[in-house]
Design a binder for this molecule. Structure first.
Ligand code: BES
Ligand code: MN
Ligand code: ZN
Length: 496
């Protein structure tokens, strides 16, 4: 899709389709008012007749209006209030794309960016428009014999109301596209099935990605090297699988200045059966998405590299498959982590924290400014926050605040849970330094408590994305969302 910033007279623009807004009670947006004028009051008449009700995200396509140069006008309901909420603005954009795809339009002019939205400047509105459009247009038909028909739509012009805004609008467009590219990269990786997407396959994809950028270097640790280093927790998870684990590190240097890096660590379980603590069959569906943390690290790095952010960024992918077998780790086995702390593995299905703890200790060697891990870590976070918010836990409140704010701005929202000392007791083991599970209560918090024992040397935040990285509505409604790439990309923009 080609996106451009456009300024001019919408009513005089000859295009396949103009997308504009209409409120309830026959109130038109600015560009719709101009169209109404040039069509001698046609939009007003249709609204009076009751054809255009203006209900939020309702769409109406009008053809060949006399007095307009456009072949079609796509009106999108904007609701009652002149100033839109961000969720309603985003709903309108998604609805406009769905309606648009049912028409043969190839080139369109998108004017919804002119609508006032609560707390947003035009640049933000453009960013959200790109985000929602690219998200809605996404498809993964790699394995379908019958591919979706090729789309006619190829060019979207985004309206800016003032010529003076053009520069800011173009910057917002470039940022929006870079982040959307990152989101797409993450979704494409995550949607791959686990018989293709193995730790080795992901490592190869990371390698191909790094090769595209002269300022990204990559390194892979294999099983032998992990053994030598003493990554007993990570190796315990991989023990039951025929697929060897990989620990991938990517380093992006967007600036010549010496800077302590921001380190992102991703949980990359390419399939989570639970291991010997085997999951029931129904709970295993969706577990190909257990590498979404690693996919998010790659997508975020892509967005940062595309935006050429002047930052120092490191990505670490903890890649393994969690399988039961005669070689698999058992409940009550005790392993020694890279940090030297010993862990009694009471439940082999709590494997994410085991691969992460060694990756988090490994992150120390980069002398990080901050470390953020991203993981589909607990079912408990889905119970607590549902599919709307990512769980945030942190040992440094200013870092948590920055992440929460970045999530708010990108509508990739997150919510904080406490990381109080009081919860640490739940991890006591009679035989080792800690157990890998903390019982039924506060499952997301005790998982983060476990990780916190390996992140004492730096500022750290944990993002539990079990509810947000993939949508699981059963049946054919299953897909990766690419979250929280927008949140993290915004955090990196804010830091640069
Ligand atoms: N990958 C799962 C968490 C998960 C659950 C992600 C649902 C997405 C949707 C994780 O490895 C897991 O199995 N966690 C256990 C931990 C428990 C054994 C302490 C869980 O949440 O049940
Ligand atoms: Mn598990
Ligand atoms: Zn898992």
């Amino acid at each position: 899709m080609k996106f451009t910033i456009w300024h001019g007279h919408p009513e005089k623009q000859s295009t396949d389709c103009i997308i504009t807004g209409i409120y309830e009670k026959n109130k038109l947006s600015k560009s719709a008012t101009l169209l109404n004028k040039s069509t001698h009051g046609m939009l007003h008449r249709l609204a009076e007749q009751g054809d255009l009700r203006g209900k939020i995200a309702e769409t109406y396509v009008l053809h060949h209006l006399t007095g307009s140069e456009a072949q079609r006008v796509l009106l999108v309901g904007a609701g009652k209030e002149e100033t839109l909420s961000l969720p309603n603005y985003r709903k309108m954009i998604a609805a406009s794309m769905q309606a648009l795809l049912k028409t043969p339009a190839e080139k369109v002019l998108f004017c919804l960016t002119e609508l006032p939205v609560e707390g947003l400047h035009e640049a933000d509105k453009i960013r959200h428009a790109i985000d929602v459009m690219q998200y809605t247009l996404y498809e993964f038909d790699h394995y379908r014999s019958e591919k979706s028909p090729k789309r006619k739509l190829h060019s979207i012009e985004i309206y800016t109301t003032d010529k003076k805004h053009t520069k800011a609008a173009e910057k917002a467009l470039a940022q929006g596209l870079a982040i959307a590219d990152g989101v797409k990269f993450t979704r494409d990786l995550a949607n791959q099935p686990a018989n293709v997407c193995t730790p080795t396959w992901v490592a190869n994809r990371a390698k191909a990605f790094a090769a595209e950028y002269s300022n990204i270097k990559m390194q892979v640790l294999d099983e032998k090297e992990m053994l030598k280093l003493g990554m007993g927790a990570m190796l315990a998870v991989a023990a039951g699988s025929e697929e060897p684990p990989k620990l991938v590190s990517l380093e992006y240097k967007g600036t010549a200045k010496k800077q302590a890096p921001i380190v992102l660590v991703g949980k990359g379980i390419t399939f989570d059966t639970g291991g010997l603590s085997l999951k029931p069959a129904d709970s295993m569906v969706g577990m190909k998405y257990d590498m979404c943390g690693a996919a998010t690290v790659l997508g975020t790095m892509k967005a940062a590299a595309e935006m050429k952010l002047p930052i120092h960024l490191v990505g670490i992918l903890a890649l393994a498959e969690n399988m039961p077998s005669g070689k698999a780790v058992r409940p009550e086995d005790i392993v020694t982590s890279l940090s030297g702390q010993t862990i009694e593995i009471l439940n082999t299905d709590a494997e994410g924290r085991l691969v992460l703890c060694d990756a988090l200790t490994y992150a120390e060697r980069y002398k990080p400014d901050v470390v953020i891990d991203i993981a589909t870590l607990t079912g408990a976070v889905v119970i607590a926050l549902g599919q709307h918010a990512t769980g945030v836990l942190s040992n440094h409140q200013p870092l948590a605040d920055k992440l929460l704010d970045a999530g708010k701005r990108t509508h990739d929202r997150a919510w904080q849970l406490p990381l109080w000392e009081d919860y640490q007791d739940q991890l006591k083991s009679p035989f080792a330094d800690m157990s890998n599970v903390g019982g039924r209560s506060a499952g997301t918090i005790t998982a983060a408590c476990f990780l916190s024992r390996f992140t004492k040397k730096y500022h750290w935040a944990h993002l539990d994305v079990a509810g947000t990285a993939a949508m699981m509505m059963g049946g054919s409604e299953r897909y990766a969302t690419g979250r929280p790439v927008p949140l993290l990309a915004q955090y990196l923009i804010d830091r640069s």
